[in-house]
Design a protein around this ligand. Structure first.
Ligand code: UDP
Length: 355
């Protein structure tokens, strides 16, 4: 297949603003090419995606949906980068040199305008339900074709309601294992890998650090400084270090030395790429029972799944983390979430979309 990737409009690839979708696109572009497919990426200017060919498009970036109220209309800025990227995609599709568009943008536009495109559009939705307008767009696409929409986890699909969930293909996610080094003997430190924002639960992460008296190493973009300051004010004695946003190579090297990754998110996490990245390094994951991470972690074997919003339970699980076999964590990623298996699942879905 000759595939056009339509990128997220919230930031250039490589900036971290797009969150997990950036790694997803990288893993899939690599994996699909290894399976003999061609990939061209249409993305905002200054995007980087390994060595993949990028058609860079200028325009005003979009505000991420998770920062907006769910009843708010999705904002299309003047000279929108998404409108410009979509026009580029429609143009490319007309050339007759491509078979399918794989849309990664969490925005109604590619869903409702799919019929403008000369080739089929398949949508891989990267977040759970956040906006009424987006819900309608997803439902419309899901009704239009049995294989128009894929998502990362059953929990994510369920947030869009029973009808949408029934017609969605679940492809999970994957990582390139060779990019993650196994670390057998960690330090005592805990890791939190996420954008610093209310939905990712930075406040609870601080609370766990305070309770366990362990150092918390925070990796990710400082999206919401006020939230960080509030977390600090609530837990003045927590030993927390903001390392910043690191490229995968450096992130995995530091993440691997941690005793556990804690996932204390407030929203229904669609998947949680960071969970499989941690496991790939041999780092057990302690997660709230909410969204994708609870489908990834095997409770008691590759980490612990604890009741959502229960920081005391997270802290208690931290004390038991030495019982987890770190080699088993990595093996689980090899078995269930390799880049190869992810690309194969997406390939199967796209073939069904084109049938
Ligand atoms: N990430 C990174 N460097 C960092 C922190 C995070 O590259 O210092 C990446 C991480 O590898 C993951 C993404 O940011 O791919 C976060 O994705 P996730 O699916 O966990 O959450 P999202 O932000 O999409 O909700």
């Amino acid at each position: 297949m000759r595939i056009i990737f339509l990128s997220t409009p919230v930031g250039p690839l490589g900036s971290g603003v797009g969150g997990g979708v950036e790694l997803t696109m990288r893993t899939l572009a690599d994996g699909l090419m290894r399976r003999g497919h061609e990939v061209v990426v249409v993305a905002p200017r200054d995007s980087r995606l390994g060595t993949h060919r990028i058609v860079e498009v200028a325009g005003v970036l979009h505000v991420p949906s998770q920062t907006l109220d769910r009843t708010a209309p999705l904002v299309v800025p003047t000279d929108s980068v998404l409108v410009n990227m979509w026009n580029t995609v429609v143009e490319l599709a007309r050339s007759g040199q491509h078979d399918v568009v794989l849309n990664f943008a969490y925005d109604a536009l590619p869903f409702v305008n799919a019929s403008e495109c000369a080739i089929p559009v398949a949508h891989l939705v990267s977040m759970g339900s956040l906006s009424d307008e987006m819900d309608r767009a997803v439902a419309l696409a899901a009704r239009s074709h049995a294989h128009a929409v894929a998502m990362h986890s059953r929990a994510q699909a369920a947030t869009f309601g029973p009808t949408a969930a029934e017609r969605v293909t679940i492809v999970a996610s994957g990582v390139e294992l060779s990019n993650y080094e196994f670390v057998a003997a960690p330090t005592d430190a805990l890791a939190f890998v996420a954008r610093i924002s209310p939905e990712k639960g930075i406040r609870d992460a601080f609370a766990v650090a305070a309770r366990t008296r362990r150092r918390l190493r925070v990796f990710g973009v400082m999206e919401d400084r006020k939230e960080w300051d509030a977390a600090r004010a609530q837990n003045p004695h927590a030993d927390v270090e903001h390392v910043g946003f690191l490229p995968t190579r450096e992130l995995q090297a530091q993440l691997g030395t941690c005793a556990a990754l804690i996932m204390v998110h407030r929203w229904v996490e669609a998947f949680g790429n960071v969970a499989i990245e941690a496991l790939a390094c041999g780092v057990p994951v302690i997660t709230y029972d909410r969204g994708g991470p609870a489908e990834i972690v095997r409770d008691g074997a590759t980490g612990f799944v604890v009741p959502a919003d229960d920081v005391v339970a997270v802290a208690a699980a931290v004390e038991r983390v030495d019982a987890i076999d770190r080699l088993r964590c990595r093996a689980d990623v090899r078995e269930r979430f390799s880049a190869e298996s992810f690309a194969a699942r997406v390939e199967e879905w796209l073939v069904a979309r084109l049938a």
